[in-house]
Design a protein around this ligand. Structure first.
Ligand SMILES: CC(=O)N[C@H]1[C@@H](OP(=O)(O)OP(=O)(O)OC[C@H]2O[C@@H](n3ccc(=O)[nH]c3=O)[C@H](O)[C@@H]2O)O[C@H](CO)[C@@H](O)[C@@H]1O[C@H](C)C(=O)N[C@@H](C)C(=O)N[C@H](CCC(=O)O)C(=O)O
Ligand SMILES: Nc1ncnc2c1ncn2[C@@H]1O[C@H](COP(=O)(O)OP(=O)(O)OP(=O)(O)O)[C@@H](O)[C@H]1O
Ligand SMILES: N[C@H](CCC[C@H](N)C(=O)O)C(=O)O
Ligand SMILES: [Mg+2]
Length: 471
């Protein structure tokens, strides 16, 4: 790729790469200098040029000396589109999922359904970059734009033709995925999260809606879970733009969930599609997992999958790591589940999934992440108090905050809860308390392999800890 093509100028220099962190600039790099939440990337322009940057994508007002200034009012978007030209080609079929809860589950299920249909598929999200044979963690749900585009291109080189990725609200507002054409985009639901970053619910929702107003290809399809109170906004947007609509849910037109009957290890679903009823046994429990599975089916159908085959394949879905994952059965006979619920809505969904399976009590252990939306803590406490029979409030990832203060904010909502400092001790207390007919839910960290305390990441895995303390 020649710089002349990028700047429209005469003298063409060869571009060797793209970077948004000045420490990753090498000779020939195009540097993206963006105003961030923590620091201003424009402060590193001189350092980037000193390291060999040949062009800087930045606001028109930014000062660039010694390199071409590619000025744009939306520098992140411009940078992503240029970088996409450099990294392309990408897989032919890309779909994106947004929503407060269910993104990871949905992209993972979409990947599985494509694979069952014989396609070479991958997913990118909270669980990292996943293919049939490989997993690589990126540390973020939607990786930074350079990591994302280079990974997507790498997948294409490996022969991946179908990619499902998570579009987090941070990712959308920072243009982390721009430049990869999106054939179908899904909306799962909207609940409270990340208001530390977005400020209020309106701004948070607007960030998510950008997936439908700008990122989804004009000829692409919107896949919408219609049972969410906010889904009409997404549908209106899709209609206004002329996108095709795949509506899914108990009032869905494309995939209508007619009934859902919990069984011991899963649930029987009746789904109406193309004018006939399809019966499937989904090997996963909980209404929320049925919702995600149907949205995934919607994405596969939206990108050319056969309806009957796709729905039949739901019966072969494998569980998603850390989402209602059964870690162990205690000596007393109580199953212990790990779930990634870290919002009030998710905690409610996880408890409602388990309740029909508990002849005895539902015991819940959870905390909340530090340096994240503080306003979700009390509602998480309230929803636990509403549905659980016994609550232990403990620590999640405290990060830079005082864990006792985080617990106090949750406990304000969780009347009658007990408090146990230290996640291992809390899990041990819950397991010790559980009797034969009870169920234990350990929520908030799911698949995570570490606990972030201050600047340190201490090894911690809820599944392993539950097994250790139960033995
Ligand atoms: C709040 C947030 O989204 N932060 C991310 C974001 O920061 P930002 O653009 O605001 O960056 P900043 O740190 O203020 O720096 C501004 C710019 O200067 C650059 N810089 C900075 C320092 C330096 O020495 N040199 C330099 O060039 C940075 O690369 C950046 O481009 O860009 C950084 C570089 O890509 C990310 O590492 C960083 O993620 C932090 C670590 C993070 O914790 N993010 C979380 C909140 C996040 O993104 N979560 C979402 C949602 C999770 C979910 O619900 O699923 C996710 O998608 O993972
Ligand atoms: N469709 C849904 N409706 C309500 N709650 C859900 C739904 N899907 C998942 N959840 C809850 O949210 C948790 C996280 O699910 P998942 O990881 O799929 O979501 P996510 O949107 O990727 O989350 P993150 O924002 O961390 O990336 C689950 O463990 C479950 O408790
Ligand atoms: N992607 C989410 C994950 C939260 C997981 C929870 N364990 C926490 O640390 O808050 C976030 O970064 O807010
Ligand atoms: Mg996720």
């Amino acid at each position: 790729m020649k710089l002349g093509i990028i700047t429209g100028g005469g003298e063409a220099e060869t571009v060797t790469g793209f970077a948004i962190d000045h420490r990753k600039v090498a000779p020939g790099t195009v540097f993206g200098a963006f105003e961030g939440a923590r620091v201003n990337g424009e402060d590193f322009i001189d350092a980037a040029v000193a390291s060999g940057a040949i062009a800087v994508v930045a606001r028109p007002g930014a000062r660039v000396e010694g390199a071409a200034h590619i000025a744009d009012k939306r520098p992140r978007e411009r940078f992503a589109n240029l970088a996409a030209q450099f990294f392309a080609p990408f897989p032919a079929t890309n779909v994106a999922v947004t929503g407060t809860n269910g993104k990871t589950s949905t992209v993972e299920m979409t990947r599985q359904l494509w694979r069952m249909a014989g396609d070479h598929a991958a997913s990118i999200g909270t669980l990292g970059v996943n293919t049939d044979s490989d997993n690589a963690r990126t540390g973020l749900t939607t990786p930074d734009v350079v990591t994302f585009l280079s990974n997507v291109a790498g997948l294409a080189r490996e022969g991946v033709t179908h990619l499902a990725f998570e579009a987090s609200s941070h990712g959308l507002s920072q243009y982390r995925t721009e430049g990869v054409p999106v054939r179908a985009a899904a909306f799962t639901n909207l609940g409270r999260d990340h208001l530390d970053y977005h400020g209020d619910m309106a701004a948070y929702f607007t960030a998510k809606l950008r997936l439908f107003s700008e990122v989804l290809s004009p000829e692409g399809t919107a896949v919408v879970w219609v049972d969410d109170p906010q889904s009409d906004r997404v549908i209106d947007l899709a209609r206004a733009r002329g996108n095709r609509l795949v509506s899914v849910g108990t009032h869905g037109d494309t995939l209508r969930l007619v009934s859902r009957d919990p069984t011991l290890l899963g649930q029987g679903l009746v789904i109406e599609a193309e004018g006939r009823e399809h019966r499937v046994t989904l090997p996963l429990i909980g209404a929320y997992q049925a919702a995600n599975a149907l949205i995934a089916a919607g994405l596969v159908i939206a990108t050319g999958g056969d309806v009957a085959t796709t729905l039949a394949n739901l019966a072969r879905l494998q569980p998603v790591r850390g989402r209602l994952e059964r870690a162990v059965i205690t000596k007393q006979g109580a199953p212990v589940y790990i779930d990634y619920a870290h919002t009030a809505d998710a905690l409610e969904a996880a408890m409602l999934a388990l309740k029909p399976h508990a002849a005895g009590r539902l015991i819940v252990v959870f905390g909340a992440g530090g340096d994240r939306d503080t306003g979700k803590r009390e509602p998480m406490g309230q929803v636990a108090a509403q549905h659980a029979d016994s609550i232990i409030v403990t620590d999640d990832n405290p990060r830079g905050e005082n864990p006792a203060e985080i617990r106090r904010m949750i406990l304000k909502g969780a009347r009658g809860a007990s408090e146990v400092e230290g996640r291992r001790d809390a899990i041990a207390a819950a397991i010790a308390e559980a009797e034969a007919q009870d169920i234990v839910l350990i929520a908030g960290k799911g698949h995570e392999q570490g606990q972030i305390v201050g600047d340190m990441v201490l090894p911690f895995d809820d599944v392993t800890v539950a097994r250790e303390v139960a033995s």
